[in-house]
Ligand binder design. Sequence first.
Ligand code: BGC
Length: 485
Amino acid sequence: MNAVATPSIRFARTAAVFTCILAALAGLMFGLDIGVISGATPFIQKEFQVSDHTIEWIVSSMMLGAAIGALGASWMSAMLGRKRSLILGAVLFVLGSLLCGGAASAQMLVAARFVLGLAIGIATFTAPLYLAEVAPERIRGAMISLYQLMITIGILVAFLSDTAFSYTGNWRWMLGVIAIPGALFLLGLLLLPDSPRWLMMRGRTQHAREVLQRLRGDEAVAQRELADIAEQLSTPQRGWHLFLENANFRRSVGLGVLLQLMQQFTGMNVVMYYAPRIFQNMGYDQHAQLWFTAIVGLTNVLATFIAIGLVDKLGRKPILYVGFTVMALGLGVVGTMMHNGIATHAQQLFTVTMLLVFIVGFAMSAGPLIWTLCSEVQPLKGRDFGIGCSTFTNWIANMIVGATFLSLLNGIGNAATFWLYGGLNLCFIALTLWLVPETKGVTLEQIERNLMAGLPLRRIGTPSVADPAPMTRDMPVGSLQGERV
Ligand code: BGC
């Protein structure tokens, strides 16, 4: 990689970066999908005259679709290839958005959101995989961080667009307009090369070599990467069998599942999907509700940079402790304010600020770091299976959170609902202490050795004396999903 940068290498590097940016746009689609519904629900509820329960279904059918899409994508990305899977995801995205915008009934909206979910499930599984496979080693971490950041930017853009459309109350445009970035994404995808790793999996070595040469601009580098891929492929994935046979692997799968449950039950998506309703309950009018929702989105983007800057300096666990504490505090105070009654302007602003504190807590910690950890703790032989299980859990838990929030508000009340999530965040501090390993600066191989030697989960990140200097783990936050390869 230290080759002198000739014009052809520079050209190839630009092509590789362009390729990665295009694929990272899948993150933007993911974010648009998560963000777009919150501003639309008040208008949908008014037009279709439906109950809170139906609204919960409109929100969460997307997550059900995403869970199923992610499951299907692991098979599809192996059979059809990463590029074709992404294209299919983008087509479904455009179709789903248009169907949402044109839905004639709440039931049709539930079905259209399900299609949109399928699209996002496919994209969230395939894009990080593709990125990790085409990005040059030198910029791989940065490129995958970009993907993570794109998710938060997508959420923000959706919040802003919802705010703009709220002046005419046109929820159909809110939901339909994201078909435009979807269509542009689809066109861009057509320019992408196939993933060299997938080509190798299909025995198309010559084609893989050509793609790598085009992306690296250097024959020797391309040849070396080709050899690395061939070596990796010689370790067959045998996830399900390993799961049945090996208790240590079951522990790491269980840890991945637990980590994603923790991420979702922080309550973050309650705010992502229902922020306007929360601001309404604080006493704000419709436009203020949507503007504050946009500020939530901006805070989410900016605080993600804290994680990117700190994760490889402070490590995963200290950041998680701080994050869960901040989240528990934020939600605890919001609950208390709601319990006591929010009467004055100052009380309103203070409550909003504490909700933003909660958002900062999530975006600087559990948001990106859970994905990082989930990819780090699985042994190579079972990595695809392990990450598949945790990603599936992420969407199912996401659905449960989305499908129960309004019922919780109506059942146990505002204050108790926020206290409940605040309390869960406190429990997660204990769970982090008890079960989560510190993986900063430790090789994947060492983590795997520790796991298979039966060390307690919280100690599987212990470096060995013989371990080489910190390496691949020390990539920026987003190493996350992409590490699955
Ligand atoms: C989570 C999503 C969440 C998003 C918010 C992601 O890490 O998996 O469920 O909506 O962060 O930024």
